[in-house]
Write a protein that binds this ligand. Structure first.
Ligand code: DX5
Ligand code: ZN
Length: 232
């Protein structure tokens, strides 16, 4: 996987048909998704439960490209190998999930996956500078994690500061929560390159009628690319 700051759209299957994950993953990729974002919730770190490594392993063969696993769980460390064996390309853990994020990121890299660090809206950047050599991605939450379909919380300042801090380092800046064609531009301008979107991608479509997924993905991408001056 070569590093690139080009805009990538990552549909979150939290907004997909849970009885049809394989077909949903194939449908969004066929409709232009760059990555597939997989939200794992434990009912403890966040007030909602989704699924675990077995489901990730089951959907892996249905994803041709990048499987981006967002762990909203605590503790994290006992489950890292399970998600790596399930085929996750990126495993992202929350700064707030425990006292030993450094150890967690070491364990993610040791598992063979790329390491992501997620920051809740209320979390600052204090610890991030100490982790720059250990991360491949920072996920800036623009909602409080736990549910899809929430209202976007503007984190422009945080994204700009991260972008300046990273310089030429190959670290992705991912935005997660409330992304639509209206909110994508400000995040792209601030320096984000991976845009996660659940509701805004899956709305209006289904595996039997996937064309709206493509329209939705193109609308988010065009809004973001226009904002940063990419010819579309
Ligand atoms: C929130 C999840 C997000 C969420 C995004 O806890 O991490 O990935 O599903 O969904 P939308 O795009 O609907 O806000
Ligand atoms: Zn997520």
């Amino acid at each position: 996987m070569t590093f690139s700051r080009a805009i990538k759209i990552a549909p979150s299957i939290l907004a997909a048909d849970f009885a049809n994950f394989g077909a949903e993953c194939r449908a969004v990729e066929d409709q232009g998704a760059d990555w597939v974002h997989v939200d794992v919730m434990d009912g403890h770190f966040v007030p909602n439960i989704t699924f675990g490594p077995a489901t990730c392993a089951a959907i892996r063969p249905h994803i041709r490209g990048v499987m981006d696993v967002h762990l909203m769980i605590a503790p994290v460390d006992p489950y890292i190998d399970g998600f790596a064996k399930a085929g996750a390309d990126f495993i992202t853990a929350h700064m707030e999930a425990g006292p030993h994020i450094h150890r967690t990121l070491q364990a993610i890299r040791a598992s063979g996956a790329k390491a992501g660090l997620a920051l809740n809206p209320g979390t600052g950047l204090d610890g991030v500078e100490n982790l720059l050599d250990m991360i491949d991605l920072v996920c800036v939450m623009t909602v409080n994690p736990g549910f899809g379909g929430q209202k976007f919380i503007d984190m422009t300042d945080k994204v700009q500061r991260l972008r300046a801090m990273f310089g030429a380092r190959p670290i992705h800046i991912e935005i997660d929560g409330g992304i639509t064609p209206d909110t994508a531009p400000v995040m792209a301008r601030a320096g984000a390159d991976v845009l996660v979107a659940g509701s805004a991608v899956f709305k209006g479509g289904s595996v039997d009628n996937p064309a709206p997924y493509g329209d939705n993905i193109r609308a988010i991408r065009a809004a973001a690319e226009n904002a940063i001056g990419v010819a579309v």
